[in-house]
Design a protein around this ligand. Structure first.
Ligand code: NAD
Ligand code: AKB
Length: 327
């Protein structure tokens, strides 16, 4: 591979996924080959170990200048407004998620970028979609602005594949659980907050009802899915920007019970808020057999393994005085 083909741009790099995807890509492709960008300065030191540029994806000229400066050949487009924040400011969600994606696809098309990854979400589904083992190809009728932008984004990305032969790929991620950067305003954020508050306070007040069951995935599987999908043989792909992927499904009460195995005096209470309606419109579990067949998707972490690992890491951080949580 030449230096040019390796140069990678990550947008929204300071977020939950970018904070871990950037180091993972730098470990594979080299520290200087991965250009991390975000509207805001990175919160973790990790991102500063290689190039970082401030970039607002809604500003096409800024984006194009960075693509030209570094002769970018691959883009991982993570900049977005998530479901809960998006319901509080739907106009901004449209601006960032739709106009930002359009800018990335247009800039990629015009500036000879070879490959784009743009994540979708289980938010593309809605109350009319089958909720259990939701099929790959099914009704997309979201009730949130975030979901509307993700459905439109999938179609836009697939249009660029067909019309312009641009290699665009993406997964419909479930809730992602991780311990490096906190999630950025979604409905599944409770499944991360519960671990921090269990370790710090031994109690948690959940904004969803106990029986609310959603598909989830641990960050190592999320990173693996991104890297494997981007490496897959393009000719084997029947889908492109909309692969269902999942690793586990659990309710808030089931997660609390798993946490109690590590922390018997952990207490949970429930105070559902506006995010309950969003969660109620999403699937309980999704069928990811297309991803398994087309590019060999296989998760490594179930609820038990993920919970043990989250506890181990957060307890170690706490012991080192290194556990930062704003709650
Ligand atoms: P996040 O909210 O943690 O991070 C998004 C980043 O985008 C933030 O750092 C933010 O500063 C940045 N950003 C916002 N507006 C911007 C703009 N105008 N220009 C540049 N940067 C901007 O999100 P995440 O969890 O890392 O999600 C990354 C992608 O994965 C998103 O497309 C999201 O929809 C998708 N996704 C995430 C999850 C999850 O559970 N984390 C699940 C499904 C899909
Ligand atoms: C959110 O809750 O908004 C995200 C997602 C599932 O897309 N975590």
């Amino acid at each position: 591979m030449t230096a040019e083909t390796e140069t990678i741009l990550v947008t929204g790099a300071a977020g939950q996924i970018g904070s871990e995807l950037v180091p993972a890509l730098r470990a594979i492709f080299g520290q200087e080959k991965v250009i991390a960008t975000d509207l805001v300065q990175p919160k973790t030191e990790n991102l500063r170990l290689g190039p970082f540029e401030q970039l607002d994806v809604t500003q096409r000229s800024q984006l194009e200048a960075i693509i030209k400066k570094y002769r970018i050949k691959k883009i991982y487009h993570l900049a977005a407004i998530l479901s809960a924040t998006g319901e509080n400011n739907p106009q901004k969600a449209w601006e960032v998620n739709i106009n930002g994606l359009f800018n990335v696809l247009e800039a990629a098309r015009q500036l000879d970028v070879k490959q784009v990854f743009c994540p979708s979400s289980i938010a593309v589904f809605g109350p009319l979609t089958p909720r259990v083992n939701t099929p790959q190809d099914t009704i997309l009728s979201p009730t949130t602005m975030y979901g509307v932008t993700k459905v439109a984004g999938e179609h836009l990305a697939d249009y660029y594949v067909k019309k312009f032969n641009l290699d665009v790929r993406g997964c419909r991620f479930p809730g992602i659980i991780s311990h490096e950067a906190l999630p950025g305003g979604g409905t599944t954020d409770y499944a991360v907050a519960i671990f921090y508050e269990a370790v710090i306070y031994k109690r948690y007040t959940c904004f969803l009802r106990p029986e609310t069951r959603l598909p989830m995935m641990y960050m190592p599987d999320c990173l693996k899915s991104i890297i494997n999908l981007m490496e897959a043989d393009f000719s084997r792909l029947k889908h492109h920007s909309n692969f269902n992927v999942t690793a586990m499904s659990f309710s808030a009460a089931e997660l609390a019970a798993e946490i109690k195995k590590h922390l018997p005096d952990f207490e949970i209470t429930y105070q559902p808020d506006f995010r309950q309606a969003i969660a109620d419109s999403w699937p309980e579990s999704i069928d990811d057999s297309a991803a398994r067949e087309e590019w060999g998707w296989q998760p490594d972490y179930d609820l038990t393994r993920m919970t043990s690992d989250m506890f181990r890491v957060l307890q170690e951080k706490k012991a080192r005085g290194n556990l930062f949580y704003p709650g």
